[in-house]
Design a protein. Structure first.
Length: 217
């Protein structure tokens, strides 16, 4: 079922990207002056059947309210742990708990297929590169076990509602697929994701603080 869900997203996105009207729409949007945007994403999923959350901060550019590109930093927050046994070479002298960590830099593109004064619906995709590992503290030092580079891909469908002129909230559903996984960690990161996001409209804030001067006739 998970593979089918991921495959469906690839098929949909491939169909959209090959559609001439979509390409023309993006090409036309890129001719406009971009607006800067900031957003905070909370994406929820299940890692090894344990609920987990990825917190992300992103910055990017919007072209004609139709096409968006940018990047950000993402970090996993989870309660997945495992014991680490400290030994002196022959016998175990202590046991500590290590926590699963994941952090990565991501690059995203987003196509808006519906927009009015308050509502916006879009298809964002992103690819990230970073690492996963287990981390623990012992003797005043921080240690990382099973560290390895990972590459992941996310596709989703999201909706957004503009609460006030400067602020919007959104939600969506999608899928995370590991293109390169950590061979030393058994947890499954190929999973559906549920998105909750907060968006700050920097362009509208700027216009409110520095309104354009009208020319007298």
């Amino acid at each position: 079922m998970r593979l089918f869900f991921a495959f469906s997203f690839f098929v949909i996105l491939f169909h959209l990207s090959s559609h001439a009207q979509l390409v023309d729409s993006i090409a036309e949007a890129l001719k406009h002056k971009p607006k800067i945007s900031f957003r905070f994403d909370n994406r929820y999923s299940f890692t090894a059947t344990t609920p987990s959350k990825i917190i992300a901060f992103k910055i990017g550019f919007e072209f004609a309210d139709k096409f968006k590109i940018g990047g950000g930093y993402n970090r996993l927050r989870s309660r997945i742990t495992k014991p680490v046994y400290i030994d002196n070479g022959s016998i175990t002298i202590d046991t500590v708990i290590s926590t699963l960590k994941m952090g990565y830099i991501s690059y995203y593109a987003e196509y808006v297929f519906f927009k009015n004064k308050r509502w916006e619906f879009s298809i964002p995709i992103q690819i990230g590169i970073g690492n996963t590992h287990y981390e623990y503290n012992y003797g005043g030092f921080r240690f990382k076990n099973n560290w390895s580079v990972i590459i992941n891909y996310e596709a989703s469908v999201t909706g957004q509602y503009k609460i006030i002129k400067w602020l919007g909230i959104g939600a969506g559903i999608g899928y995370q697929l590991m293109l390169k996984d950590n061979p030393h960690i058994d947890e499954n990161f190929n999973t559906p994701i549920y998105v909750i996001k907060l968006k700050v409209f920097i362009g509208d804030i700027y216009k409110s603080i520095f309104p354009a001067k009208t020319k007298s006739t």
